[in-house]
Write a protein that binds this ligand. Structure first.
Ligand SMILES: Cc1ncc(C[n+]2csc(CCOP(=O)(O)OP(=O)(O)O)c2C)c(N)n1
Length: 445
């Protein structure tokens, strides 16, 4: 999870998708409070899970308050379970404070989900008798409500039940308590024995990215003249052939071949499991890509236009970018970003927004200017276990041609090419800017 309450639902979708592709009968459970269900990601994730029929158990702990805000100010339906109806999803209400009910119902449903994979929404009715976190207290909760829920304390009640049944004796209880206390104290001892953490700049910087050893795959001699768009398409296809675990996701990328036709014919060659049309929900698909990566897949998401990364911004900059720094987890994800003006596409289909991402530690940003670079760099971006945003200027797609090796090859990310040499001026640029610079130099020879 990340603190933003929503994105872990998409991660759960991605993990569940991986489970489904592996046919391992596993179920992924993901948790939220009632307040968290107001986030858009929750809705996107339910929708995707339902459309793709993913084995995810969405568990809502409905404790009546989101921090201090009562549920009546959070949503306007009687039960959160009702939201399942809108997504065509089975949903259940469970007495969350009844340990036996929670255990038996969840067990039953999970066993059924293993046989008949599908998403299920669970609303656990419960309460919290303390604040949302250590600082906030419970002043906003009426006393009577607290008293009422006190009577339903799950631990007290379960304990009393086990005693009544003659299962739990005082001796066993004391033994358990001692065992737990020992576990806590042993853990503390281990923690306190560790050396103080030291923050050294080089350590911090080394934690930003997963180590990646660039493997050069040399180009073959045979070449063909390709447009930028053909080079990207061919590079992507050869990566799909090379990596069985690479899954493509995007809007209209399957039968339709993508709005720029980069994935034309991919569905026929690689099948519907690996070439996936998505609903229109950028945020949760970015998170699902993260989930696939956690489960050992490589994910490539086609952002239909880079402009729409704004609605997937949060998981890109908070989930993908920080993944290695936070928990040493790779985010083996490439997001392809068709971008740029000059094709008469107006203010929402023309932005060149790489600067949003070059300012975020943990992301790699690639922005080729030529077909040869585009093909080799895309291959490396897919090999690299770190998140890469791969920018493709739309005005270059069909206007720039170059001789490109026919087979798979890689090029290193982060290395500049010297295109012209002189001693008066230095121009450093990328993408379409490279062509503007070359044209300008031609004009001002
Ligand atoms: C996107 C986002 N907005 C706001 C917050 C601040 N915030 C953290 S938890 C929370 C309330 C969550 O309510 P709920 O899910 O019901 O959890 P509970 O209060 O019961 O612990 C808020 C507003 C946040 N973490 N992320």
């Amino acid at each position: 999870m990340i603190s933003h309450l929503g994105p872990q639902f998409g991660v759960a979708d991605g993990i569940a998708l991986a489970n489904k592709l592996k046919k391992n009968n596993q179920v992924c459970a993901v948790f939220t409070g009632d307040g968290g269900t107001s986030e858009g990601d929750f809705h996107e994730a339910l929708n995707v899970a339902s459309v793709w029929n993913l084995p995810v158990m969405f568990c809502i702990e409905n404790n009546g308050y989101g921090l201090s805000t009562p549920t009546s100010q959070q949503f306007n339906c009687e039960n959160l379970k009702d939201r399942g109806i809108g997504y065509g999803m089975e949903a259940h209400i469970i007495e969350g404070n009844n340990i036996l009910e929670v255990y038996t119902r969840v067990k039953e449903l999970v066993e059924d989900m293993r046989i008949n994979p599908r998403p299920i929404l669970m609303e656990f009715k419960t309460f919290r008798v303390r604040g949302h976190e250590e600082a906030s207290g419970t002043k906003y909760v009426p006393k009577e409500l607290l008293q009422m829920w006190d009577l339903r304390d799950p631990l007290e009640n379960y304990c009393a039940y086990l005693q009544n049944e003659g299962i739990l004796t005082e001796e066993i209880q004391i033994a358990y308590k001692q065992e737990i206390l020992k576990e806590i104290n042993d853990g503390l001892e281990i923690a306190f024995a560790e050396p103080e953490m030291e923050s050294i700049v080089s350590n911090e910087l080394n934690d930003v990215f997963q180590p990646f050893e660039y493997l050069e795959v040399k180009e073959n001699n045979k070449k063909e003249t390709l447009r930028l768009i053909d080079a990207i398409s061919e590079g992507l296809k050869q990566s799909m052939q090379r990596h069985d675990n690479l899954v493509l996701m995007g809007q209209d990328i399957a039968e339709y071949g993508g709005v720029f036709k980069i994935t034309d014919g991919f569905l026929e060659e690689f099948g519907e499991e690996r070439v996936r049309n998505t609903p229109i929900c950028e945020s949760v698909i970015v998170s699902a890509a993260m989930g696939l990566s956690i489960s050992g897949y490589k994910a490539m998401m086609e952002m239909q236009f880079s402009d729409f990364a704004s609605t997937g911004f949060n998981p890109i900059v908070n989930l993908l970018a920080k993944s290695n720094y936070r928990w040493n987890q790779k985010a083996d994800v490439v997001i392809r970003m068709p971008c740029g003006a000059g094709v008469g596409a107006g203010p929402f289909h023309s932005q060149t927004n790489e600067a949003w991402f070059t300012h975020t530690p943990g992301l790699k940003v690639v922005y080729p200017a030529f077909p040869y670079d585009a093909k080799g760099l895309l291959a490396t971006a897919i090999e690299d276990p770190n998140p890469v945003l791969f920018f493709e200027h739309k005005a270059l797609y069909r206007s720039i041609r170059q001789e490109v090796p026919t087979d798979y090859y890689t090029l290193p990310i982060g290395k500049a090419s010297i295109l012209k040499e002189g001693n008066e001026i230095t121009i450093i640029t990328y993408g379409a800017g490279v062509h503007w610079a070359l044209n300008t130099l031609d004009e001002l020879e």
